[in-house]
Design a protein around this ligand. Structure first.
Ligand code: ATP
Ligand code: MG
Ligand code: MG
Ligand code: MG
Length: 566
């Protein structure tokens, strides 16, 4: 590639909205441009990085025995109704209608689609195990799209789904994918940690998240300083549960939400609140859950609540009243996503109002919201438990050693789903005895575009990005210090062609710019290796090779350059 031909509009000023380094540098280096909140175009350099990550993911998926397919982005609503997730998925789902008024969504994930895809054709135990995957844009209307590619509304995900005849097969597949993920993120050059995770919205059993450790990470990881225990704080929290009315069942219920940190809960509820607030959980009539928050040292009754209870005779709130509380009719957070629609009720109370008698309750259904709720009066047999937030003062639940809490970017996740979707969608196969059984499934996601951002978060300096060779847009840049000098231009061009012949991904900076400008751009864009052609190249037949990561410079003979770079 010739730099003079490259479409790479670099910026002098970084837009103020870019808060994290990956977002700043991707804009500045002309790799991405924003089209709408959380929606981006990938310009040539950015696209090249994404493709390199995709290639690594594809190679490792193929090597692990998974087969690539491509499913539609637009998914019909009926399969989501069948699984019970059309409403349960909540406002994160982009929904649309066709001209005949049929409902569709833009796929946030593909469990429904793939399960209904194979259910009539993957009929026999002889056809399993089977793992299918795709690499594609996903759509999630995130509450707060931010940090550029880290939390966008359109992003590239690799999603894989495994089908097994039994749990044993699933475990083997899970290991297989876990190992493939380890290879993928290692090859991408990331410093990462697989951590135990909460199965949350998607349901299921065993799950790990692959966390790229970085200050900008939105997830908190509890990590032991001695043993290899590492868990998402969402998963780690229930271990420090203090139950006011202690029952095993409550502990289980409280372990289910996938937003156990207050901050996350607050984000989900669209409310602002100080950090001093505690989370509280209730069970009602022994079977339903409530999550609520208590301000500071106030009594448990002073609550902001996320609640699931049975029917009651309180008056529904109007849309206007809900708006006052920042709520949407039919609002539902993923916390309660697995509760069937007709059984699910929430109470949401604006914590700043601090008056429980002004509570707003709501269901995940239009017209099922109430105001002036008083939980004690209106919902009987309530018991209370307190979740204490985990801090660095806690110890490792595995070995008792001190823990640390570090930030992580979730770049991938592997799940053992079990039969959750196959049962809901009546997707069965015939076992050896001719008996119909639901597939035992797993699902496995890699955030391809998020991985690009995570790598930059980990590898950068004041001058720009420092790409690992494996995913750099170009592996090396050749810079003739003057394009007015015909010999330099010729040496540069010859070396460029030699490197191309050796399959080095190389760019020749043939622009008529000052050397300083070219050096700065090379540092900003982050080419792993810079090859400078200067006066000595003519006089002594040498070039200067500079490694971006270490800053180390070496002078070598031109004819050795290709071998050195490869
Ligand atoms: P998060 O906890 O950050 O919201 P998630 O758990 O909802 O992510 P998954 O459903 O596990 O995401 O999707 C698989 C992968 O897709 C994630 O591990 C992540 O790398 C990526 N991903 C998810 N949401 C986004 C997003 N909004 N922008 C970019 N990548 C995303
Ligand atoms: Mg999410
Ligand atoms: Mg997550
Ligand atoms: Mg996840």
């Amino acid at each position: 590639m010739l730099a003079s031909k490259l479409y790479c509009p670099t910026l002098r000023e970084i837009p103020a909205e870019a808060e994290v380094i990956s977002h700043k540098y991707m804009l500045k280096a002309g790799m991405i441009r924003k089209n709408a909140g959380g929606i981006y175009t990938f310009l040539p350099l950015g696209r090249r990085v994404v493709r390199k990550i995709e290639n690594i993911v594809r190679q490792e998926m193929d090597a692990s025995g998974a087969q690539e397919i491509m499913m539609p982005i637009v998914q019909p609503a009926d399969i989501w109704h069948e699984s019970g997730r059309w409403n349960a998925y909540g406002p994160e789902m982009f929904k649309l209608k066709d001209r005949h008024n049929n409902n569709y969504c833009l796929g946030p994930t593909h469990e429904e689609l793939i399960t209904t895809l194979v259910r009539n054709e993957l009929r026999s135990y002889k056809q399993m195990p089977l793992t299918l995957y795709q690499m594609q844009n996903k759509y999630r209307d995130e509450i707060r799209p931010r940090f550029g590619l880290m939390r966008s509304r359109e992003f590239v995900m690799k999603d894989a789904y495994s089908f097994d005849v039994d749990e044993e097969g699933l475990h083997a597949n899970y290991e297989n994918m876990y190992n493939a993920y380890t290879r993928i993120f290692t090859r991408c050059g990331l410093n990462f940690k697989p951590v135990q995770a909460d199965s949350g919205q998607i349901g299921g059993n065993r799950t790990h998240e692959f966390m790229a450790l970085a200050a900008a990470g939105e997830a908190d990881v509890v990590s032991c300083t001695v043993c290899n225990y590492a868990a998402n704080i969402e998963k780690a929290i229930p271990k420090t549960l203090e139950l006011a009315h202690d029952t095993e069942k409550e502990a289980e219920l409280i372990a289910t939400p996938n937003c156990a940190t207050i901050e996350e809960l607050v984000n989900l509820l669209h409310i602002s609140i100080e950090k001093t607030i505690k989370a509280v959980a209730f069970t009602i009539d022994g079977k339903k859950t409530v999550l609520c928050m208590v301000r500071g040292d106030h009594e448990v009754n002073d609550v902001a609540v996320q609640r699931i209870v049975g029917g009651n005779d309180i008056q529904p709130a109007t849309e206007e009243e809900l708006k006052v509380h920042g709520l949407q009719p039919g609002y539902m957070s993923p916390i309660n996503a697995d509760i069937p629609e007709n059984e699910t009720f929430f109470i949401l109370v604006d914590p700043t109002a601090m008056n429980i008698s002004n509570g707003v309750t709501g269901a995940n259904k239009h017209g099922y919201h109430y105001i002036n709720v008083n939980p004690k009066r209106d919902f009987k047999n309530m018991t209370v438990a307190t979740i204490r937030l985990i801090t660095e003062a806690d110890v490792c639940p595995a070995c008792g050693a001190p823990i640390e809490i570090v930030h992580g970017i979730e770049v991938g996740q592997v799940f053992e789903l079990g039969t959750k979707y196959s049962e809901a969608l009546h997707a069965t196969f015939l076992d050896q005895n001719g008996k119909a059984k639901p597939y035992v499934m797993g699902c496995y996601g890699v955030g391809v575009t998020r991985t690009m951002a995570a790598v930059i978060e980990q590898f950068n300096d004041d001058n720009g990005i420092i790409w690992p060779v494996s995913i750099a847009p170009y592996e090396a840049a050749i810079i003739p210090v003057s394009t007015k000098d015909a010999s330099m231009v010729e040496i540069a061009a010859t070396l460029y062609h030699t490197l191309c012949q050796h399959h080095v991904d190389v760019i020749l900076d043939d622009r008529n710019e000052r050397a300083g400008v070219k050096f700065n751009d090379a540092d900003l864009i982050g080419y792993p290796v810079r090859i400078t052609i200067g006066k000595k190249s003519i006089a002594e037949h040498t070039v200067e090779i500079k490694t971006r990561r270490t800053g180390a410079e070496e002078v070598i003979r031109i004819e050795n350059a290709a071998a050195r770079i490869q």
